[in-house]
Design a binder for this molecule. Structure first.
Ligand code: B12
Ligand SMILES: C[S@@+](CC[C@H](N)C(=O)[O-])C[C@H]1O[C@@H](n2cnc3c(N)ncnc32)[C@H](O)[C@@H]1O
Ligand code: SF4
Length: 510
C-alpha cells in the first residue's frame, strides 16, 4: 500500500501531524511525518525552488501515495497552494489539506486541494487511510469537503471526541519515518530531539468566545457537535511527559500549550499532588485573568509553575466593547499582585493595532499596566484578522479593513504578530506602543510615563519616545537572554531562531 505523507508547514513543533500519525500507526497504517522548514518570527522567507525540489524528491523516494498538508495559519495559504500544484504536477498523487486555517476558511481551501478535512481529524484520517487503501473514494467521509465537478460536497462534521484520553498521544521521541526538510537538506529523525523545552496540551478548545480569537471561529464551526472545551486526565498528561523524558536528556521546562489551562479544583488538586512527584520540572501555562483566582494561582505555584502567560488584551471597557470579553481591570491587577505574591513571573499579553480602538482605550490600558507590580514581561501583539472571527466581520462591515487584510489573502502574522516599529502604523499607535514598552522596565519612572502620555506633540511626533523604548527594550532583551543561558534553558534551536530573526528593530517586546 502506498504510504501517506503528512507535511507540517513551517512548524517543527506541530502537534497536528504527530497526533494524526499516532492514530494512523496505532491502526496499522504506514505514515511519514515531514516537517517542511521551521518558523522564526519576523524572518519568514517563502520556500525556494531548491527547497520545494528537496520536498518533492523526498516524497518520491519515500513512495508517498497520498500527501496531507497541515495548514495551521492562513498566512501560508499561498505556500500550501504552490506546494500542492507542484506535487500534483510532478508526482501525480492526491493532496489533502487539514488544520486550523482549513477549519476557519474551508470555502477557500477546498478549491485548492483534492479534498480537505475540517476540524479534529484523528477519526477522519483513519477513514481516509482506509479509502486510500481500497478504491480511494473519500466522497462520503464525515468532515471531508471536496469539489466534484460543479458540485461542492460538504459532509457533516462528526461530534468532537468527548474523552481526550482515548486519542493516542503524539509521539515526540521516536526517530523512524520522520524527516525535517531544513533549507535544502533532509534531516531524518525527530527534529525536537534534545530540546530543553517539552510542549504538551492538556486541553482542547476554550470556554470563552473572544471576538479576535481563532478559537472562537473554530468553536462556531463545531456548534451543536459536542463539548468544545475538554480536559485530559492528569495521568494521561503526566505519563506522556514520562514517556518522552528519556529521549530529552537536557529537559529543563514543560510548557502547557493550551489556550486556557485547566483550573477545575479537583483536577488541580490531583495535578498538584502528581506532577511534582513524577515530573518535578518548572512549567508555564497560558490563561485568562477570569480563571486566575488566588487559590488557583497558589495551587499552580505549589505544583511548580514559575511563569505564566496571561491574556490582558485591552482595558476592560475596550475588551467588552470590541471583543465581547468580560472581566474588570481590578481583576487583572489582582492577578498581577497574586502572581508576585506566590513568586510566579507574569508575562502579560496585549493587543494593539485594532483600527476601531480609540485614544481613550489606549490610555486606559496604559494606566492599568502602570499599576502592575514590577517586574513583569509584556508581549505586545498586533491584531491580525483571522477569517471567521467576530472582530474580522465587524471591521469588514465597518469598512475599517478590506478582504485583502484577512489572513489567507494576507500574511501579516508572519511579519508583524509581535508588534515592532517596522510596521507602518499611525504615529499615535506607535506612540502608545513605545509607552507600553516603557511601562514594565524597571529603570523608567512611572510618573515620567504618565507625563509623556499627556503630550499631544509626542503623540504626533513620537520618534524620541520610540528611540527610548527601543533602547530599554533591547537592554531588557539582552538581560533576559543571558538569564535563559544561565538557567540552561536556551537551546540551539532557540539560539538559531534569535540569530536569524532578530534585528534591533524587530526585537519582540519583553
Ligand atoms: C500550540 C500552538 C502553537 C505552538 C505549536 C506547538 C505544537 N506542539 O504544535 C507554536 C507556539 C509553535 C505555534 C506557532 C504559531 N501559531 Co499557533 N497555535 C497553537 C494552538 C494553541 C494549538 C495547536 C494544536 O496543536 N492543537 C492541537 C492539534 C491536535 O489540533 P490541530 O492543530 O487543530 O490539528 C487537528 C486538526 O486541525 C486536523 N488537522 C491538522 N492538520 C491536518 C492535516 C491533514 C491532512 C488533516 C486531514 C487534518 C489535519 O487534525 C488535527 C488532529 O485533530 C492553536 C490554537 C488551536 N486550538 O488550534 C494556535 C494557532 C493555530 N496558532 C496561531 C498562530 C497565529 C501561530 C503563529 C503564527 C504565531 C507566531 N507568529 O509565532 C505560529 C505559526 C507556526 C506555523 N508555521 O504554523 C493561530 C492561527 C490563526 C490563523 N488562522 O492564522 C491559532 C489558531 C491561535 C489563535 N488562537 O488564534 N502555535
Ligand atoms: C490565543 S490567545 C489565548 C489567550 C488567553 N486564553 C486569553 O484569554 O487571553 C494568545 C494570545 O495571542 C494573541 N492573539 C490572539 N488572537 C490574536 C489576533 N487575532 N491577532 C493578534 N494577536 C492575537 C493575544 O494577545 C492572546 O493573548
Ligand atoms: S482569547 Fe483566550 S479566552 Fe478568549 S476565546 Fe481565545 S483562547 Fe479563549
Amino acid at each position: 500500500m502506498p504510504r501517506i505523507g503528512l507535511v507540517a508547514l513551517y512548524v517543527v513543533e506541530s502537534n497536528s501531524i504527530r497526533y494524526l500519525s499516532s492514530s494512523l500507526r496505532k491502526n496499522g497504517f504506514d505514515v511519514d511525518e515531514i516537517f517542511f522548514q521551521y518558523f522564526t518570527h519576523h524572518a519568514y522567507k517563502p520556500p525556494t525552488e531548491e527547497q520545494i525540489r528537496t520536498l518533492i524528491d523526498l516524497l518520491r523516494e519515500r513512495e508517498i501515495g497520498l500527501v496531507g498538508l497541515s495548514l495551521r495559519i492562513g498566512a501560508l495559504f499561498n505556500v500550501a497552494t504552490q506546494l500542492t500544484q507542484r506535487i500534483k504536477k510532478e508526482l501525480g498523487i492526491p493532496v489533502m489539506w487539514g488544520g486550523a486555517h482549513v477549519t476557519m476558511a474551508p470555502e477557500d481551501c477546498v478549491e485548492k486541494a483534492d479534498f480537505i478535512a475540517l476540524g479534529e481529524s484523528e477519526k477522519t484520517i483513519l477513514d481516509i487511510a482506509r479509502a486510500h487503501a481500497s478504491d480511494g473514494n473519500v466522497e462520503t467521509i464525515q468532515n471531508v469537503w471536496m469539489r466534484v465537478g460543479d458540485k461542492l460536497v460538504k459532509n457533516p462534521l462528526r461530534p468532537l471526541t468527548p474523552d481526550l484520553d482515548t486519542i493516542p498521544s503524539p509521539d515526540f521521541h521516536s526517530v523512524a519515518n520522520k524527516f525535517w526538510v531544513r533549507g535544502e537538506t533532509v534531516v531524518p529523525g525527530e527534529p525536537l530531539a534534545g530540546e530543553k523545552l517539552f510542549r504538551i496540551m492538556a486541553t482542547r478548545g476554550c470556554v470563552y468566545r473572544c471576538g479576535f480569537c481563532g478559537i472562537s471561529a473554530m468553536r462556531r464551526v463545531y456548534e451543536g457537535n459536542g463539548t468544545f472545551y475538554r480536559v485530559r486526565s492528569v495521568e494521561s498528561c503526566v505519563s506522556e511527559i514520562e514517556r518522552a523524558r528519556p529521549y530529552f536528556p537536557n529537559l529543563k521546562r514543560i510548557r502547557f500549550d493550551d489556550e486556557l489551562f485547566v483550573v477545575t479544583p479537583d483536577w488541580l488538586e490531583e495535578f498538584s499532588d502528581v506532577y511534582p512527584r513524577r515530573v518535578g520540572l518548572p512549567f508555564d501555562v497560558l490563561s485568562n485573568p477570569n480563571c486566575l483566582d488566588e487559590t488557583t494561582i497558589r495551587k499552580l505555584a505549589e505544583s511548580g509553575m514559575d511563569e505564566i502567560f496571561v491574556g490582558v488584551q485591552g482595558a476592560s471597557k475596550h475588551n467588552r466593547k470590541l471583543y465581547h470579553r468580560t472581566g474588570g481591570d481590578d481583576r487583572i491587577l489582582e492577578v498581577a499582585k497574586n502572581l508576585k505574591r506566590f513568586g510566579v513571573h507574569g508575562m502579560f499579553q496585549i493587543l494593539i493595532d485594532d483600527p476601531g480602538a480609540e485614544r481613550e482605550d489606549k490610555e486606559q490600558l496604559l494606566n492599568v499596566l502602570l499599576r502592575f507590580p514590577r517586574p513583569f514581561d509584556l508581549l505586545i501583539y498586533s491584531l491580525c484578522h483571522w477569517p471567521g472571527t467576530d472582530r474580522t466581520r465587524e471591521l469588514l462591515e465597518a469598512g475599517l479593513i478590506t478582504p485583502d487584510d484577512v489572513e489567507g489573502r494576507n500574511a501579516k502574522v508572519l511579519h508583524q504578530f509581535n508588534a515592532d516599529f517596522t510596521y507602518p502604523r499611525p504615529p499615535e499607535e506607535n506612540f502608545f506602543l513605545a509607552l507600553y514598552l516603557l511601562c514594565n522596565k524597571r529603570g523608567v519612572p512611572r510618573p515620567l510615563i504618565r507625563w509623556l502620555t499627556r503630550s499631544r506633540f509626542l503623540a504626533k511626533h513620537p520618534s524620541p519616545v520610540i528611540a527610548a523604548a527601543k533602547l530599554v527594550n533591547t537592554a531588557k532583551f539582552v538581560v533576559k537572554g543571558i538569564g535563559l543561558i544561565l538557567k540552561g534553558e536556551a537551546s540551539i534551536l532557540t539560539a538559531r531562531r534569535w540569530l536569524e530573526g532578530q534585528r534591533i528593530a524587530t526585537l519582540p517586546a519583553v
